[in-house]
Write a protein that binds this ligand. Structure first.
Ligand code: NAG
Ligand code: NAG
Ligand code: NAG
Ligand code: NAG
Ligand code: NAG
Length: 505
């Protein structure tokens, strides 16, 4: 999905596209993956539905005339771009006007549709799949609630404004509803309509103001079928804890992403146990000023927790370390503090056997580096930019060979550069820059044959690195030895590395 990933990348850097403001925006995308498949079977198009499609087309504006195939003289509307029919009855069952894309030999260009979503869609009595995503529509029409055969409705990435119509609650067959988007400004004043979507599995909201929907948490907690729920760029009201059910939440919700949003701290602990079936939690980029409650006993199936970039404080609660399926824990870029030894001890419950990725960077953890020996599945450890100090030894890491990423940069470690020969068969990325290591680099480092990135910059290392040292590092792509007063690289002018070094600082 090239267009979408391009979009997401922009968001990560807080860069917003206003696709619909640029009048003739044409984006060249160099891979395929989107577009339309013309129906290969020959079915008769129903005359009334053909008229409805032509009528619908009248409301649409598209600079590239991408709907050229929708022409009255062509009787076979089942072969029109973006139209899919039931192959026996000829009823239109699918309309896919997502990011209309034109192909030429090597690239695809994108030209969105503007205009109005016309009510002639109501004539398509068996329409079950409607995708209008990545266009520039501005209003979600109320009549959409009457397209009762819909199982899939994708309105994402348009420029909608106004209230989300409650009538959508009439779409009782709906399984997927995507209302995400960054360049829209929607309001949901009440979420009661959501309870009536009793088949819904996936729901995504974007840029939506929920501050008047005071019952939003109750609706989610009691929803019978919802399994994946995303909120991005949304605003929420304060929550009254007494309004929530005290019994265990045995609903179906397993994936909850609530990111780049403003969340009242009162809602945070309630959301953490909104469902006992939670598997994935993502609360990154919410500026959440709180601590993590010790309440993970109610969510035993959690595998992934992402609290990246908030203002979370205090320590890591013990119940988090008792999650036996936890694979990924990202607490980076927060205000956690205290001894790292205590934090890691709290994680040493059942989670020590399952944890693969542990990200604690950009916090205020202090003290020495604890032993990670018991964490037998650990593949990535990131504690960069904390206040860790002291020496550390190879036996901080066990004999396991799974650690691929070790990032300890920007701390206050001292002493000789650690010998990490036990990790030499597995390490791909080693960042120990910005510490106070001294002495020469140990010989073991030149045997790390899997190493791709090596950063030992800004320490007090000395010695000489020659071509012979680099001989076994055949996968190395970046090497940073800068800001070490007496560490230098001696390479002959005829040096011809066998590998692909692209950054050398
Ligand atoms: C018609 O559609 C059904 C379900 O999508 C499919 O299983 C069947 O093979 C199709 N028939 C033809 C003739 O393509
Ligand atoms: C909706 O469309 C977008 C692309 O425009 C796509 O990335 C997204 O996955 C779709 N949503 C669902 C639920 O399929
Ligand atoms: C659709 O929903 C609206 C408001 O939610 C309701 O008043 C109306 O009766 C519903 N229509 C049908 C046909 O069920
Ligand atoms: C929810 O379930 C857990 C584990 O089954 C139990 O320990 C806890 O007391 C229950 N909470 C409530 C409020 O019933
Ligand atoms: C490179 O690998 C070989 C074979 O494992 C080993 O004998 C040699 O000492 C290594 N060279 C360096 C600089 O580590």
């Amino acid at each position: 999905m090239p267009l979408f990933s391009f979009f997401m990348k922009g968001r990560g850097t807080h860069f917003t596209f206003h696709l619909c403001l640029a009048l003739q925006f044409v984006l060249i995308v160099v891979t395929s993956g989107m577009g339309f498949k013309n129906q290969s079977v020959t079915v008769r198009c129903i005359a009334a539905e053909k008229r409805a499609l032509l009528d619908f087309k009248k409301g649409l504006i598209n600079d590239e005339n991408l709907l050229a195939s929708w022409a009255s003289e062509d009787g076979e509307c089942c072969k029109w771009k973006g139209v899919g029919c039931n192959n026996t009855t000829g009823n239109v069952v699918m309309l896919d006007l997502r990011a209309l894309v034109t192909d030429d030999a090597l690239s695809r260009s994108y030209s969105p549709i503007y205009g109005e979503i016309g009510s002639s869609l109501l004539e398509l009595k068996q329409l079950s799949h409607l995708d209008l995503s990545f266009n520039c529509f501005q209003k979600i029409p109320v009549f959409m609630g009457s397209l009762t055969e819909l199982t899939y409705l994708n309105l994402s990435s348009n420029s909608f404004t106004g209230v989300i119509p409650h009538q959508l609650g009439n779409l009782s067959r709906l399984l997927y509803l995507d209302l995400s988007g960054l360049d829209q400004s929607l309001i949901s004043d009440n979420l009661d309509w959501l309870s009536r979507l009793s088949s819904l599995k996936l729901l995504k909201f974007g840029s939506t103001n929920f501050t008047k929907a005071t019952n939003w948490l109750q609706v989610i907690q009691s929803h019978p079928s919802l399994s994946i729920l995303h909120f991005e760029f949304c605003q929420f009201p304060e929550v009254d804890p007494s309004s929530l059910s005290k019994t265990n939440s045995s609903n179906s919700l397993s994936v909850l992403h609530l990111t780049l949003s403003s969340l009242h701290p009162s809602a945070f602990p309630l959301l953490l146990s909104i469902s006992s079936n939670l598997v994935e939690l993502d609360f990154s980029y919410n500026g959440l000023l709180s601590w993590i409650p010790d309440s993970f006993d109610n969510t035993p199936y959690l595998e992934s927790i992402n609290f990246w970039q908030n203002d979370l404080q205090g320590g890591i609660p013990k119940s988090l370390g008792n999650l036996c399926s936890l694979k990924e824990l990202n607490l980076g870029d927060n205000k956690f503090s205290g001894a790292l030894t205590v934090a890691v001890k709290n994680l040493s419950g059942c989670a020590k056997d399952s944890l693969e990725i542990l990200m604690l960077g950009m916090n205020s953890f202090n003290g020495s580096l604890p032993s990670f020996q018991p964490f037998s599945s650990l593949r990535e450890l990131d504690v960069e930019y904390n206040r860790l100090s002291g020496h550390f030894q190879e036996d901080n890491f066990g004999n396991f060979s799974k650690l691929r990423v070790l990032d300890l940069k920007g701390n206050r470690f001292t002493g000789p550069f650690p010998n990490l020969s036990r990790l030499s068969a597995s390490l791909v990325e080693l960042s120990l820059g910005g510490n106070m290591f001294e002495g020469p680099l140990p010989v073991s480092i030149w045997n790390m044959s899997q190493l791709v990135h090596l950063d030992v910059s800004s320490n007090s290392l000395h010695g000489l690195i020659s071509e012979a040292h680099l001989f076994n590092l055949s996968k190395l792509r970046s090497l940073d030895i800068s800001y070490n007063p007496t560490l230098s690289l001696h390479l002959s002018s005829s040096w011809n590395p066998l590998f692909n070094l692209i950054t050398l600082i």
